[in-house]
Design a protein around this ligand. Structure first.
Ligand SMILES: C[S@@+](CC[C@H](N)C(=O)[O-])C[C@H]1O[C@@H](n2cnc3c(N)ncnc32)[C@H](O)[C@@H]1O
Length: 267
């Protein structure tokens, strides 16, 4: 068995398990849009504002992230998978210092490197140690895995996205984040609109609390998500179900999977 659990919610499929075991069982996808683990230094020891579960307390403590950082092998695995199985764009969030490594991995896999984009976070945490500037941006490595000339929906726009970490008024209405490194729904919606089309199936092999799939639901795209940690998998399933019950933000009904495979085969 390659996965521990599989949930089909509307047009979306969510897997609980290790993406290295599940990816080889999936077919072609239209895009890979993912927020994988970052490097060692981003995961270890930084001061974070943590909510103590079940209380209203929010403490600043030095705590590593609960999941393992990215390894060279896993990065290359994801790049190889994308180059071989994705018919369009591959986007991977990363810390600024890792853009070069992602570029090398994508190029080594045969994908065409496009750009390192940035997400500017006006409400990012201050540097509590006071010994260096705080980190106010994250990067998004972008590679083209499709055939022929790359195309996106942004014309001459810059690859710069300025957005608060807590996306008040979008998706979860300003509710507190449920994952340590949760991305704003609004940011994922913008990226998916710019880099995919309605016929695309979008894969997030590191879905965490499912933000990419929530954005897919809001845009009428079909999403496939994989998460290794059961507690985040459960949150992702719940958030996708909730997104399906919010027709006010719903744009279009996702195309049926049969239609999609035909369309993707034609891409
Ligand atoms: C940066 S977080 C994603 C957060 C997500 N963007 C969100 O908004 O909630 C990366 C996630 O990848 C998961 N992960 C790490 N290694 C994995 C693997 N081999 N297969 C599947 N998931 C994995 C971690 O448990 C973590 O939840």
């Amino acid at each position: 068995m390659t996965y521990v659990r599989k949930e089909v919610i509307g047009p979306h499929t969510l897997y609980l398990g290790d993406c290295r075991e599940i990816l080889p069982t999936l077919g072609k996808v239209g895009a890979v849009v993912t927020d994988p683990p970052y490097g060692d230094d981003a995961h270890a020891g930084g001061h974070r504002v943590l909510s103590i579960i079940g209380t209203r307390r929010r403490d600043r403590i030095a705590a590593p992230l609960s999941f393992a950082p990215m390894s060279d092998e896993l990065m290359q695995y994801v790049a190889d998978y994308s180059a071989e199985n994705c018919n369009g764009w591959a986007l991977a969030f990363c810390q600024v210092e890792m853009v070069g490594q992602w570029r090398a991995s994508f190029e080594c896999a045969g994908a065409r490197w496009a750009r390192g984009m940035v997400w500017v976070k006006p409400d990012s945490s201050p540097q509590l140690s006071g010994d260096r500037p705080a980190q106010g941006v994250e990067s998004i490595a972008l590679a083209w895995c499709g055939i022929g000339r790359s195309k996106w929906n942004g014309g001459g726009k810059r690859g710069v996205f300025i957005m608060s970490k807590h996306d008040q008024g979008m998706g979860h209405g300003g509710a507190k984040n449920e994952h340590e490194t949760q991305k704003p729904v609004k940011l994922m919606v913008e990226l998916i609109e710019l880099f995919t089309n309605r016929s695309n199936t979008i894969l997030d092999p590191f879905m965490g609390s499912g933000t990419t799939l929530v954005a897919c639901q809001k845009l009428g795209r079909v999403g496939i998500g994989i998460e290794i940690e059961p507690k985040y998998f459960d949150i992702a399933c719940r958030r996708v179900e909730e997104a399906m019950r919010q027709p006010d933000l719903f744009v279009e009904t996702p195309a049926k999977p049969e239609q999609l495979s035909l369309m993707e085969a034609a891409e």
